[in-house]
Structures are given as C-alpha cells and as structure tokens.
Write a protein that binds this ligand. Structure first.
Ligand code: HEM
Length: 663
C-alpha cells in the first residue's frame, strides 16, 4: 500500500494547525510480511504426500474453471483439497481405543489436538477441522468465488457491492480517541478477549508463495483489497496485499463448496498456552517437574525460528516469544496474558510437585494443564462474558446455569462467530504503561498504538519489569467504545512498516467475510431476531439513525450490508458491548464450547470430574488473583475488567487452595 501522497497531505495539515506530525515509523518487516506472519498456520493439516495433493487440487481447480495459466502455480495449489480424495475426510478415529485418547495413571486428560473430546465424533472441536456454517454459503458461484454482487442487480445487470475501504471510511472511521460510553471497561478486558479468541479460533491463510505481491498477481489465492475512491489517508488505487484463507471442500457436501478451517482446538482448553498439537507442545515443555520452558526472568522461551511469528521489535528485531499460538507477540497486552498464564502453569506445577512427591513429570504437567484450563473457563464465563453480553443473553444461552455435558453438541467454531467476536472497535489509540506510585497507580509511559504492534520487547524493559507495567497500564486505563467505530491505529496504521505501508483492519474484516462466502448481515438478524429486513427502516430496532445513514451512504440495499459491519454497528444491549445479533452468535458459540466439552471443569462425570473440594477452590479463581500471583504487583482491583473499582492490596484477594490436590 503506497500512501506517500496521503502522508504529505497529512503532514502539511498537521503543520498548519501546529499539531505534532506523526513521526516516521520504523519497522523491520514489510506490512504484508507482518500480516502473513500473523495469519500463518496449517500445522495441523499436513496429512498427505504434497505431490499427490497437488495433482488432485489441480484437477479440482480446473473443474472450478481456473485457467491453465493460473493452474501453473503449483505451490499455491497445495492449499486446496478435494473432499472425496482428501485423506482428512476419510480419516476414521475410533475413540473407544485408549491410544486415541490421553491417559496418565488411569486418569483421562484432554488430547492436545482436541481429538476424541466427543467420543462419537472424534473431530468435533479438533484442530484442523472446517468451520461450521449457520447459513448456506453466499459465494457468488456457490462454490468459492467471493460474494461481490449487490442484491439490487440482476443476472444481466450485475451491481457490485461497494469496496471494503469505502465502507470502512463511511461507517467505521473516527479521527478522535473515542470517548468511553460503556461502564468503565478497562484495556485489560480487550486483551483478555483477544487472548480467549486465540484459544478458540485461528483461520489460517493459504500458502501463497512468500514473495508474491497479491496486488500484482493473478494467483487465485490472493486477496488484493483495493482503495477505489478518494480517500483521506490512502491514495485511490492503492491496494492491501492480503491472501485468501486456506479452504477445504466440505467433507459432507457433494456440491463442492469451500470451507475455511480452524487451525487450533475450538475448546477453551488453554491451546494458546499449550499449542494444538503434540509437536507444538513438545517445543514448549521442559519435561522436568511438569514445567513449561521459560527464559530469563521467568518469561516465555524465545523462539529460534521467528519467520512465522508475529514480532518485529525496533530495538531487538530477533526477540520473539514462543507460545502455544503464533499470534502471541502481536501486542504487548496480549503477550502479557500469555506470560502470566505460562507463569501460572509453573506456579501450580511447582506446588503440585511438592505436594505429591511421587507424581511423574507427565502427571504433574497434565494435572496442571487441567487446572489452568479450568481457570480460563471460570474467568471467561464468570468475569468476561457477563461484560460482553447483556444478562438476558447470558440466560438465554444458558451460560450461567448449571452445566450438563451434551454429547450431541459440536463445539467446533461457527464461522459467523468469528465475525461476531472481532471486537476490533475496542482497541485504544494509545498504549499506556503504569506503575504504583505511593498509593495510586499512574501512567509512566504512553505510546501510540501503531508503535507497539508486534513488539513483545516492551515486556523486558525496565529491567524486566515491563510486563508488570504493561499489565498495570491495561488495568488502570479504559477502552473506547462507540458502536462500530475504529480509531486510526487499527484502521489506517495496522502493521505499518518503514516504507509507510500499512493495512486497514476494518477493510480486511469486511473483505474476509466476502471471500469466505459469508451471507449478508440481514439474514442473521432474521435468523436470530426473527426480523425481516427489506427497507432501511427495518434496521431501526438495532442500529442508530446515524449509523443507518452511514450505511445507506455506501450500500445500495440493507440486504447488502456485510456481516461484520452489520454486527459491529448494532447498538449494544444494556451495559454490554454487543447488539442483539452479535449476542446471538457469541451466545451460541460459547454455549457450544461449554455444553459440548466433555472435559468442562464443572463436569459431573465420575472419571473426569474434580473433587467437590477442588471444584469449590476453582470457583474462587479470579483474574485479579492470577495476576497478583504471577506479577510483581502489590495492588489490584478485584474486577480487573473495570476501571471504576478501587485498588486493594493483593493479600486481600482470595484465591484457590491447591492443597486439595494432595493425593
Ligand atoms: C492488538 C490488537 C489486535 C490486532 C492487531 C488484531 C489483528 C487481527 C488480524 C490481522 C486478524 C485477521 C483478519 C483477517 O485476515 O481476517 C484478526 C482476526 C481476528 N481478531 Fe483480532 N486483532 C486485535 C485484537 C483483537 C481483539 C481485542 C479481539 C476481540 C475478541 C480480536 C478478535 C479477532 C477474531 C475473533 C479474529 C478472527 C480469528 C480467526 O478465526 O482467524 N482481535 N485480528
């Protein structure tokens, strides 16, 4: 993306009004490389001989109508597969066979990939399976080509949807650091949301050759997003160099349409800490005393091969932490939560090891992983979801009632949920680090958000106390919230590089929905709320008049509105951050993640359950306590997702008593 001209204009205007011009940004990788590193994946699905797969995919693509010229790019073709020949579709795993599950000393634990969590359907929630669709795909050709046509056109007179950036400008732009209009949500809330999102879903991009510039390529797996109109930041005709997601043909469907996959386990099982495959876990474990590996000052290990990881430190370009999820380094706030939960694992493992001297490394490791997953489930459902959803939706989807495993519930990710849960509108424009000074916490350093993407090095600053200061900054500062608006950091400066190239995350979200063949918003409003949308006024129960006017300024029909745009612009219900349709998609997914998880921490299954004493200890867990236990901090609000509570001494925040785990 070239934006030199736009920068000149911005700097000129800035100079006129005596504002401080944005300083030139430095970066080691290009914007495209940064995005690709963030979206890399496909560890879990490498199941067949590449040459054989290439030949099969060639065949499939020629049937989909691609020209011989396009088909020549064999490397790209390796990302495609055909249902009837895809070994993954033919795979049968018998979950009654013990070796297909994970046992230690007779106790069953989760498998690393999620395999056989559901005993009748080994692949529900498994890493590598396709996303489920709630509604029939909306690909323009019903198979794979992106949704580009407006409902206002006809077969003879096709009307195209407006470009993604045009929508982003008209509907999602704000040039101010947005005011808080929700009850005092802290920045810790946002990055914990993201942390949990990285436990549930990661939709990998395909394998377009590294040096391909998708803005100048005919590679069918490219996703160039073009700026088609006058833009006050990018130049018209500029283009974001993005790629289509990896797809597979739906294994159960003979009509031959493509589905995207989840590279990680869907379950809330701590996969962002432990990985989603045995191979990933092997790199993370020390194999002594049940511990995970760490580096100096109790940080995550440093990655040796950083090519596929999302980090790009100005000071220390090679520093990249190795975590269970490749996206861990994308923001210091997120990396802080990763660090805290690795430390929590080792804290618990140390305690269990002392308590049970005869336990093996494997036993300590698996029992600790089970406890950490339970803590994550507890915090997500007890502290996070009640702030995401209005209590009416928490009740409607049974997210707070008693748990009962339902083996007919498939926990796999619903592709539409991945749009409902993209809370990119909550990101602050400024990133603060803070410290306890006297009796109160105050900011000690502030950085523009775009200067901290992919910079985990902030955690090591201040003689390794950076991680504490990042966390205190997250808890002490709020997050912006106005329905649907995103600030410049993520709308103009995403992954900005030294050439000044960058992305707009709103445009990517919109374009992603189209390339996935995700139907328009109105169908989900109908499905979730029973409301038929045929005129703009039909949106009045979910969208403000201002938002409807913005939508109407770009879309030809309310039936064209893209899913992410429609969801994120809904007026949030009550004090929640989600409107009715968004709440429906989030409620459904989290209900499935709970009811369809055989290992859910509240299970009453005699072979899997925690003892009554252990369970009541787990129910005492709060994120505040976990943070106090694993950071060098003395005070914390009891509710770290809110900036309105008072800070209390850590010693007054209760936590779980691990002595209940003595054998
Ligand atoms: C540091 C701030 C963040 C950055 C830089 C970031 C960046 C991104 C990027 C580049 C994508 C891929 C977009 C695509 O190609 O389709 C993405 C996807 C996503 N983001 Fe964020 N994001 C951030 C914060 C968040 C937060 C706070 C949430 C809240 C829950 C969130 C939820 C998601 C979800 C659910 C997806 C789709 C995941 C998938 O299935 O692949 N992100 N994000």
């Amino acid at each position: 993306m070239r934006r030199t001209l736009a920068i000149v204009v911005i700097l000129a205007v800035a100079a006129l009004v005596e504002c401080k011009p944005k300083e030139a940004k430095r970066g080691i990788r290009t914007a495209s490389q940064k995005l690709r590193a963030f979206m890399s994946g496909l560890r879990s699905r490498a199941v067949a001989d590449p040459e054989e797969r290439t030949a099969r995919r060639l065949d499939v693509l020629s049937k989909l109508g691609f020209s011989a010229e396009v088909l020549r790019d064999l490397k790209a073709l390796q990302m495609f597969s055909r249902a009837d020949e895809d070994p993954f579709c033919d795979l049968k795993v018998d979950c009654s066979v013990d070796s297909n599950r994970a046992f230690v000393d007779g106790q069953e634990y989760r498998t690393q990939s999620g395999q056989c969590n559901n005993l009748d359907n080994y692949d529900w929630g498994l890493a590598g399976v396709q996303h489920k669709r709630l509604l029939t795909n909306a690909y323009d050709n019903g198979k794979w080509s992106a949704r580009r046509k407006s409902v206002t056109g006809t077969n003879r007179n096709i009307v195209l949807l407006p470009g993604a950036r045009k929508i982003s400008n008209a509907v999602h732009a704000t040039d101010s650091d947005k005011p808080l209009d929700k009850a005092s949500l802290s920045s810790a809330f946002i990055y914990f949301l993201q942390f949990i999102s990285h436990d549930i879903t990661k939709t990998p991009e395909g394998d377009v050759p590294t040096n391909t510039d998708c803005c100048n390529s005919t590679n069918p797996f490219c996703l160039p997003i073009r700026v088609e109109v006058t833009d006050d930041f990018f130049s018209a005709g500029d283009c974001y160099d993005a790629q289509r997601s990896f797809t597979v043909l739906d294994c159960d469907d003979t009509s031959g349409f493509q589905n995207q996959i989840n590279d990680i386990t869907a379950y809330i099982d701590g996969s962002m800490v432990y990985g989603s495959s045995d191979a990933e876990l092997k790199e993370l474990r020390s194999f002594i005393g049940g511990y995970l590996k760490t580096s100096t000052a109790n940080f995550m290990p440093e990655a040796e091969d950083t090519e596929d990881l999302a980090c790009d430190n100005v000071e220390d370009p090679d520093l990249c932490f190795l975590a269970g999820d490749t996206r861990a380094d994308v923001h210091p706030g997120l990396t802080t939560f990763h660090t805290v939960f690795v430390r929590e694992h080792n804290r618990v493992a140390a305690y269990l090891g002392e308590l049970n001297a005869d336990w093996s490394d494997e036993k300590i490791f698996q029992e600790t992983r089970r406890i950490v997953a339970a803590e994550l489930q507890r915090i997500t459902f007890n502290e996070m979801l009640p702030k995401v959803l209005d209590s009416s939706y928490v009740s409607k989807y049974g997210l707070s009632g008693s748990y009962s495993y339902n083996k007919s519930v498939d926990a796999s990710v619903i592709q539409e949920f991945t749009f409902g849960y993209r809370f990119h509108n909550l990101m602050p424009a400024v990133f603060h680090m803070a410290e306890l000074v006297g009796s109160s916490v105050g900011n000690t350093a502030s950085h523009e958000q775009e200067d901290v993407w992919q910079s985990p090095g902030f955690l090591l600053t201040d003689n390794y106390r950076g991680v504490d200061h990042v966390l205190l900054g997250l808890v002490a500062n709020g997050c912006p919230f106005i329905n649907g608006l995103m600030n410049d950091a993520s709308r103009n400066f995403l992954f900005v590089d030294e050439n000044g190239d960058s992305f707009d995350l709103a445009s990517i979200n919109i374009e992603r929905g189209r390339e996935w063949g995700t139907p328009a918003y109105y169908l989900y409003r109908q499905m979730c709320g029973g409301v038929t949308i045929s005129a703009w006024t039909d949106l009045a129960s979910t969208h403000s008049a201002d938002v409807i006017a913005d939508l109407q300024s770009v879309y030809a029909s309310p039936k064209d509105v893209d899913l992410w745009t429609g969801l994120v612009t809904e007026t949030a219900v009550g004090t929640s951050i989600a409107g009715p349709t968004m709440s429906c998609l989030i409620g459904m997914q989290f209900a499935n993640l709970r009811n369809g998880d055989r290992f859910w921490y509240e299970t009453s299954d005699a072979d899997l359950k925690f003892t009554t004493g252990q369970l009541s200890e787990l129910k005492k867990v709060t994120l505040a306590r976990v943070l106090c236990d694993n950071l060098d901090v003395a005070t914390m609000p009891k509710d770290v997702f809110s900036t309105s509570g008072s800070w209390v001494d850590c010693s007054t925040i209760s936590g779980m008593d691990l002595s209940f785990w003595a054998d």
